[in-house]
Design a binder for this molecule. Structure first.
Ligand SMILES: *Cc1c(COP(=O)(O)O)cnc(C)c1O
Length: 363
């Protein structure tokens, strides 16, 4: 009996998205305009307690421009996790600053404040935690460190739309925070990013940087990029934003089901007073994780993902000698199972049966 493949991620695109795009096409106003402005306002109301947001054409552009707007540049250091997607450190490096790689906490895979403390130098300008897999980083400890040393906090919230800590949404802690709208993220606009900031100066600089340094046409104030979101992308994003709350609940419900029913593998921990939005549901497989993933796919037709197999400090693009034991351990053992809102009851049962069968066989 051959079963249908369960993909590790699956964007949900419906008639409402198609109609919204068609409406923009019919209007002829394709580039940044009214749809984009409406999307920014709705995103800030829905996910950020009203904190201002600036849209851009990718999450990576959001990090890059956010850092530039916050004054990060040549000679500065920004402390980032090594256990993340390369965009985090790439954005720091693209400003001319140096990403300094810190280890993670073993239970939640986010930046370890004690290790960050050891890495602070006179050149450190800021700390950029990642709310990895949709779990908020330890912001209270990082905020204390930032205050003690006069540093800025920047949030890579690419994977964490709607996550919160102590009742505060992620994206409201730092000088700025970036949310990615790439198709595999918890919501999408095709490609795109949203940058939240409570700092009026950073907000204005971001708007200048994304559009050639212009507020008024042809009166360029600073040197800038073209990183504008289009009305077409914003139209998709607005529809997705109206659904992301329900999708998050389904992700959380899927995660609870796995928590209760998986045996013989490590299941994700959630910190006290944290709301996890399960961009990924990441288990640990201590022995032969890659063989486990292959068997899931070939014997059970279940997709999975390793985020991330090579920590940033060991990528050819950075090639640093660092000793980050929790990072190395995670890179060796993590495996993300499908947790997306398209799973039905039968898919969830199949995933549990497959993981438990493989875990038992391996034990
Ligand atoms: C996806 C992602 C990014 C980059 O976002 P893009 O929209 O793909 O440019 C940055 N950081 C993390 C942690 C991500 O997962």
């Amino acid at each position: 009996m051959s079963k249908e493949f369960i993909p590790p991620a699956k964007p949900i695109i419906g008639d409402a998205e198609r109609e919204a795009v068609d409406e923009v096409l019919r209007s002829g106003m394709l580039a940044q305009g009214a749809e984009v402005t409406a999307f920014e306002q709705e995103f800030s109301q829905e996910l950020l307690d009203g904190r201002s947001t600036v849209s851009v054409n990718s999450g990576t552009a959001g990090l890059h421009l956010g850092l530039l707007a916050a004054g990060v540049g040549l000679g500065d250091e920004v402390i980032v996790p090594s256990f993340t997607f390369a965009a985090t450190a790439n954005a720091v490096a693209l400003t001319g600053a140096t990403p300094v790689f810190a280890d993670i906490e073993p239970d939640h895979y986010c930046l370890a404040p004690e290790h960050v403390a050891e890495l602070i130098t006179e050149r450190t300008k800021g700390i950029m935690p990642v709310h990895l897999y949709g779990h908020p980083a330890n912001m209270p400890a990082l905020q204390r460190l930032a205050e003690q040393h006069g540093l800025a906090l920047f949030e890579d919230a690419a994977q964490a739309h709607g996550a919160s800590l102590d009742g505060h949404p992620v994206g409201t802690f730092g000088t700025f925070a970036m949310f990615s709208l790439y198709p595999t993220k918890n919501m999408t606009s095709g490609e795109g990013g949203m940058v939240a900031t409570g700092d009026a100066e950073v907000d204005r600089t971001l708007r200048l940087l994304r559009s050639q340094g212009m507020e008024r046409q042809y009166e360029n104030e600073i040197v800038g990029f073209n990183a504008r979101m289009t009305n077409l992308h914003a139209a998709i994003g607005r529809v997705q934003l109206s659904k992301v709350g329900e999708w998050t609940k389904t992700r959380q419900d899927n995660a609870r089901f796995f928590d209760r029913n998986l045996h013989g593998v490590g299941v994700p921990a959630v910190a006290d007073r944290a709301v996890h939005v399960y961009h990924q549901y990441t288990i640990t497989v201590p022995e032969d994780r890659d063989g486990f993933a292959t068997a899931l796919k070939e014997e059970h037709q279940i997709g999975s993902g390793v985020y991330y197999p090579i920590p940033n400090h060991r990528l050819p693009s950075f090639a640093r000698q660092e000793d980050l034991p929790n990072t190395e351990q995670a890179a060796r053992t993590v495996l993300s199972l499908p947790v997306h809102p398209s799973l039905d009851d039968e898919d969830r049962e199949r995933i549990v049966t497959a993981v438990n069968t493989l875990a038992k066989a391996g034990a």
